[in-house]
Structures are given as C-alpha cells and as structure tokens.
Design a protein around this ligand. Structure first.
Ligand code: HEC
Ligand code: HEC
Length: 396
C-alpha cells in the first residue's frame, strides 16, 4: 500500500518534465534561442567587399594558406580547425609561439559587433589583421604579406581590389608590429608608401572577413525540439528531449539564470561580463574589456579610421562603454552552441570540463579583480547532470 502511494507522485513528477509542461514563458524563451530566430547576417558597412563572392572565395584561400606566416607553417586554420568548430581543443592557442588565450570557435562571428574575448577589435577585417602580425601567431609583417600577395595571387587580388601598388625596392620585412629591424624599416618608408601597403594589408583582411561571414551556426537537436514546440507538435525522433534534458532546459532558462547572458539564437548577449573566472596560472594579469578600450580606440583599422568604408556609421564604436568597474576582467559571453564537445573552457582554458563549469557557477567564487556578476545557484547532482544533458543538445 505504502509503495503504491508513491505512484501518483512519480507520475506527476514525470509529467512535470514533459515538453508540453513548459510554461508559455519558457516556450517563448525557447523560441528566442532557436536558430529560427537568427536574423540574416548583418551588413558590415566598414567593409565594402563584405558581400563580394569573389572576395569571400579569395578569403577562404587565404584562411588556409600557411605562407601567410613567418615560418610557413601557420594559417588561420591551424588554430581555427574546420572539423573542430573552427577551434583547436587547447587551453592556450599555439602558432609560432603560445598565446595567453583560448582559440575561439567561429560559427556566427559575423553577428558579433566585437571580436576577441575582450572585444578589442570592432570588425572581422580589423580582427583578421591582428593574428597576422602577432609574433606568437603568424608572425608575418606588412611588406612581406604585400609581396607574397603580388607573387602568389597578383591577378586574383587585382581582379577584386584593383591593381597592386608598385612594390619595387620595398624592404623584405617591415611593419609597425614587427621586430626591431622591421619596425625601423617601416619607419624609414615614406608615409605615402606606408599607406599603400596598409591598403593592401586591409584588403587582405576584408577578403578573409568576407569568407568568415559564411561560417554560420548549424541546426542542432535543440533547434528541432524548438521548431516542433513552435508548431505545437510533440517533438519526434531525435528532436524529442529526455526528461533530464527538459529539466536542464528549465534550469538553464529559469533558476540557473544562464539566459541572463547566454541568450538569443547564438546563446550570447554579445556583452562583456566578469564571471569570477580564476586567473590562469603563470600568465600576466588579464583585465579583459578594461584593457581593450585603449586598444580599439587606438586601432587605425577601426570603424572610424581611414581604411573603413563606413563613412562614420559606427554606432557600436562611438557609443561603447569606455570606463567603469564592470569592465574589469569582463570577457565576451561565448556562444554555447557546440560547447559540450569543445573543452577546455573559458578565456584561457582555465576549466577543463563542463562539470567544472557548473561547479564554478554553483560556487560563484570572488573575481581575482573587479566584481563577479554571478549569483551562486545551488544545483543538486540531478540538476548538474540535467544542465549538462541540455548543453549537449546544442552540439552540431
Ligand atoms: C595561434 C592560433 C591562432 C591563429 C593562427 C589565428 N587565431 Fe583567431 N583566435 C585565436 C585566439 C587565441 C583567439 C582569442 C584571442 C583573444 O581573445 O585575445 C582568436 C580569436 C579570433 C576571432 C574572434 C572570435 C570572436 O568570437 O570574438 C576571430 C574572428 C578569429 N580569431 C579569426 C582568425 C583569423 C581570420 C585568423 C587568420 C588571419 C586567425 N584567427 C588566426 C587563435 C588563433
Ligand atoms: C553574468 C553573465 C553570465 C551568466 C549568468 C552565465 N554565464 Fe556562462 N559565461 C559568461 C561569460 C562572460 C563566459 C566567459 C568567461 C571567461 O572566459 O572569463 C561564460 C562561459 C561559459 C561557458 C564556457 C564556454 C566556453 O566556450 O568556454 C559555459 C559552458 C557557460 N558559460 C555556461 C553557463 C551556464 C550553464 C550558466 C547558468 C548556470 C551560465 N553560463 C551563466 C557569462 C555568463
């Protein structure tokens, strides 16, 4: 008799997990997270080649070309691996040397107004120029790249961007981010020549950016679940969620408060938050967004700069928050699409597993600097498993 008394309770609990048990508010949030809610790729007025198919095809070639590096071994695709969600599974990225941050996956980057974990670049093309000149990544320089383009892709370049400038007598290696000799050679060039080389450099970035606009998030089980829900149908086949997955979804959009930041169809608000992630041992202090402000303002390739095609239409840059405690150790909210299959996590790969990430949100440790925005939420063992089960439904 006693045992049987449990049956209605268990049935009630099970019913509580059925997708049709989602409240109208939960259903509304699910619809807002679904790929169906993703708007078309936004225009990039700063790049007049953004929609050029020829530029995008050229950009794809460049993305995979290891000749764009000092040692002939590093391409964008070395770290942004196509078959690994355009990331590399490492805590810290490795090019010619080792960087201080984790390689970011690229699906949906064209929707993001700010690039990098700290958002120190305001367009895809200005972003692309940064690793090319970073000694730890491609380690290339501007005159070397211009000469490479002329030698290897002269006609293709000219058919898209117009003729290359006269490169005769140019130093083999020169650029403002180069080694001391390269910087001196760059400083010795006259300004007109430097501007010509910068234009070639910028066009290279604009071609790569045009290609990156085609790297878009793909349908997941979650999207099939959401689309059935939107039609008021019972999800079928792999779109059907287990009880655990539905519980995880409810925690994600409810008590867990994850959607406060991981929202919209890319599971990111495109903002910067201090979430109390511990500093990575052995690395210099990383102040996140607080150290990015001076960098995007000083970047000659930003939206308001002379190489931008935006004619001053640069609201993100103009109205960006430039000071305040909330910028200290704030990092860009990463998309959670595909997250379960690409450990380790956080801006320097500080947390090895998803279990560790959930522990982090339940303990909500104090930030190494600034103030963490995370409110501790106590998850039961079942709740933790449920959140992870839900995150796995976002795998491509
Ligand atoms: C050595 C490995 C490495 C190479 C090579 C590399 N990247 Fe990255 N990429 C990273 C790392 C690490 C980050 C994050 C760095 C940071 O936040 O400071 C990143 C960030 C990005 C982002 C920002 C994504 C976002 O959501 O904000 C884009 C876009 C990107 N890389 C594109 C490229 C392109 C294009 C190239 C080639 C020109 C390239 N990367 C070369 C490792 C690399
Ligand atoms: C206050 C905003 C905020 C809230 C709330 C929040 N996150 Fe995050 N999340 C972030 C930011 C920012 C990062 C990156 C932090 C860093 O690297 O320093 C992040 C990182 C992550 C990562 C690692 C992703 C990667 O690619 O490295 C996962 C997984 C994650 N969050 C899941 C969750 C879950 C689950 C919840 C709810 C329990 C949640 N987040 C709540 C902002 C938030």
């Amino acid at each position: 008799m006693r045992r049987l008394a449990w049956v209605p309770l268990i049935l009630a609990l099970l019913a509580g997990c059925n997708p049709s048990s989602l409240t109208d508010e939960e259903k509304r949030v699910v619809a807002s997270l679904s790929l169906a809610a993703l708007p078309p790729v936004p225009d990039d007025p700063s790049n007049r080649f953004a929609a050029s198919r020829a530029a995008a095809a050229f950009g794809a070639t460049l993305f995979f070309d290891t000749d764009l590096s000092a040692n002939g071994e590093v391409a964008c695709a070395t770290c942004h691996k196509v078959d690994r969600q355009f990331q590399d599974d490492l805590p810290l990225a490795k090019g010619i040397g080792t960087t201080d941050r984790r390689t970011m996956p690229l699906a949906g980057v064209a929707w993001s107004p700010w690039q990098f974990w700290d958002g120190r670049r305001d367009s895809l093309w200005s972003q692309a120029l940064t690793p090319l000149e970073d000694a730890r990544e491609h380690g290339a320089d501007r005159t070397m790249l211009a000469q490479l383009l002329a030698r290897k892709f002269g006609d293709r370049y000219a058919s898209i961007f117009g003729p290359l400038p006269d490169l005769s007598g140019l130093p083999e290696h020169a650029g403002p981010r180069s080694d001391a000799a390269g910087q001196a050679a760059w400083a010795a060039m006259d300004e007109g020549r430097r501007r010509e080389i910068d234009t070639v450099f910028v066009n290279l970035g604009k071609a790569i950016a045009a290609f990156e606009r085609s790297i878009v998030p793909t349908q997941t089980r979650f999207d099939r679940f959401a689309s059935a829900l939107a039609k008021d149908e019972e999800p079928q086949g792999d779109a059907a969620f287990s009880d655990l997955e539905v519980e995880g979804l409810k925690l994600f959009v409810g008590k867990g408060q994850c959607v406060n930041c991981h929202n919209g169809p890319r599971f990111t608000d495109d903002h910067f938050h201090n979430t109390g992630v511990p500093a990575a041992p052995g690395l210099p202090p990383d102040r996140g967004r607080a150290q990015a402000v001076a960098q995007f303002d000083a970047d000659p390739f930003n939206c308001l700069g002379p190489y931008s095609d935006a004619a001053g239409k640069c609201d993100e840059l103009k109205f960006a928050l430039r000071d305040g405690e909330e910028l200290v150790r704030a990092f860009k909210t990463p998309s959670l699409r595909g997250v379960a299959s690409r450990p380790p996590y956080m801006h320097s790969g500080q947390i090895p597993t998803l279990q560790g990430v959930i522990d982090h949100y339940s303990h909500a440790p104090a930030a190494p600097e600034g103030h963490s925005e995370v409110q501790a939420v106590i998850f039961t063992d079942r709740g933790r498993a449920a959140l992870i089960a839900f995150l796995k439904t976002l795998d491509p």
